[in-house]
Design a protein around this ligand. Structure first.
Ligand SMILES: Nc1nc2c(c(=O)[nH]1)N[C@H]1C(S)=C(S)[C@@H](COP(=O)(O)O)O[C@H]1N2
Ligand SMILES: [Mo]
Length: 199
């Protein structure tokens, strides 16, 4: 049963419905990077998955494209409180990279060119929920935003979407990445407002 207080007039507009708690709507696309922008040429780019037993499977740029890209239309949410609606991307689902890889892991550590790391539950990046994205808004992804390719995990705060991603390491058990060692939440679900340690 719903309880309404006197004077309750409902939501102000549809934006509120799509905004996680504590977030505001951003029209621009802020750049947030710890450290320098990485500049990686697609002919030198590599993406790999390393299993918990040390087996490595790697793709070059063309190998990534050959897996079959798709278009993604999604909202994104940064822990610094901005959200952006209806962003459009092109990328390859992590399901396609993980297909055929034998693992009992339940977490992954994403690692980027430049050394940035972030940890994610495997369950949050499988089942059509995460991509290696290389186009934004119909154009090649700018280096500032993680081009030539970045992780895109829109169901979690955007620090989990590692820019210039180059590998996923499968792990039995969780371990903190860069921001997770510095006060950010191990999980980072914006709808549960998991911003920092202890939330
Ligand atoms: N490699 C790398 N990836 C990163 C970061 C970073 O500093 N280095 N910052 C994260 C954070 S905190 C955010 S909010 C988003 C910002 O992405 P944007 O600059 O494209 O908005 O990238 C995430 N991925
Ligand atoms: Mo962020």
């Amino acid at each position: 049963m719903a309880i309404f207080s006197p004077g309750f007039t409902g939501r102000r507009n549809t934006d509120d419905v799509k905004l996680p708690p504590g977030q505001y709507l951003e029209r621009g696309f802020p750049v947030l990077t710890a450290g320098p922008t990485q500049r990686i040429r697609t002919d030198q780019w590599e993406f790999s998955i390393v299993t918990e037993t040390g087996e490595k499977k790697a793709w070059n740029w063309q190998g990534m494209l050959d897996l079959g890209p798709e278009k993604i239309d999604t909202d994104i949410h940064c822990v610094t409180s901005w959200s952006k609606f209806g962003t459009t991307w092109k990328g390859v689902s992590l399901d396609k990279f993980l297909d055929g890889i034998e693992t009992t892991a339940d977490y992954v550590m994403a690692t980027s060119y430049g050394g940035y790391t972030t940890n994610l539950p495997l369950a949050e990046i499988t089942g059509g929920k995460a991509w290696v994205a290389y186009e934004f808004d119909g154009k090649d992804l700018h280096a500032e935003h993680g081009g030539p390719a970045r992780l895109l995990v829109p169901a979690l705060y955007f620090w989990k979407s590692a820019k210039w991603v180059t590998s996923l390491r499968l792990m039995n058990g969780d371990a903190p990445g860069f921001w997770e060692q510095n006060g950010y939440n191990m999980h980072g679900d914006p709808w549960r407002e998991e911003r920092y340690w202890g939330q």
